[in-house]
Design a protein around this ligand. Structure first.
Ligand code: DX5
Length: 219
């Protein structure tokens, strides 16, 4: 069954706790906090304060998606803040294995992300070192962008590589995931759907959004 993971990047921060509680009650599987440093990506978002706030509002697992240049420097802070999954970008790690191992040794799941320009080949040596993989379907930095269709081929390629090795791993897609793209993302091989603006918007309640996505993926 595919998992739905609201990203708080598009939430109303004047009532973040209320919105996190609403998606929790609506059956979200995890919550993602998009951490941006204004260096790895051209935007600054939130840091450990965001994870700590979400931690106080839900018992769901929290993913800290570190879109930052130096995740090694800050990983302990995010562990302390209450992140259950820490996702780091392959692009900033010459060898991701030490950091992925450190995250695992300190009680969290380790996620490895690749941006649209990074081929799946870049993580082929790391398939056993991470608990999940995040294939960005937009260029990281902003919510509300359109999904880049070519990225779904990477999802399929990664799923085939994992299957060939008998590895069961979550493959997340993140960026431009909404009612018009969710089915093709699952068909491509993704089983975790990160959605920000499709869940948090002015058109419907977060609960309605999640129910709509679930209906489309039959989960
Ligand atoms: C990009 C962010 C977004 C966010 C979801 O850096 O990572 O992908 O999570 O954005 P939407 O769902 O609004 O495209």
């Amino acid at each position: 069954m595919a998992l739905i993971v609201p990203s708080i990047l598009s939430a109303d921060f004047t009532r973040l706790g209320e919105q996190v509680q609403a998606v929790t009650a609506a059956g979200a599987d995890r919550i993602q906090v998009d951490v941006m440093d204004g260096h790895f990506v051209p935007n600054i978002s939130i840091g450990t304060l965001g994870v700590e706030a979400v931690r106080r509002a839900t018992t769901l697992p929290i993913e800290a998606h570190l879109m930052i240049t130096d995740p090694t420097r800050y990983v302990d802070d995010f562990l302390r803040a209450g992140a259950n999954i820490i996702i780091v970008h392959r692009e900033v790690l010459p060898d991701p294995r030490p950091l992925l191992g450190y995250i695992r040794q300190h009680g969290a799941q380790a996620g490895l992300a690749i941006s649209p320009a990074t081929p799946v080949q870049a993580i082929m040596d790391d398939l056993t070192d991470a608990d999940l993989f995040l294939v960005m379907t937009v260029h990281p930095g902003f919510g509300g962008q359109a999904l880049i269709p070519d990225c779904l081929a990477k999802v399929t390629q990664l799923r085939q590589a994992l299957n060939a090795r008998g590895l069961t791993r979550d493959i997340e897609v993140d960026g431009g995931i909404h009612e018009g793209t969710v089915a093709q993302a699952v068909s491509a091989g993704a089983n975790v759907l990160v959605a920000g603006s499709a869940v948090f918007n002015d058109r419907e309640t977060p609960a309605q959004s999640i129910q709509r996505l679930r209906a489309l993926i039959g989960a």
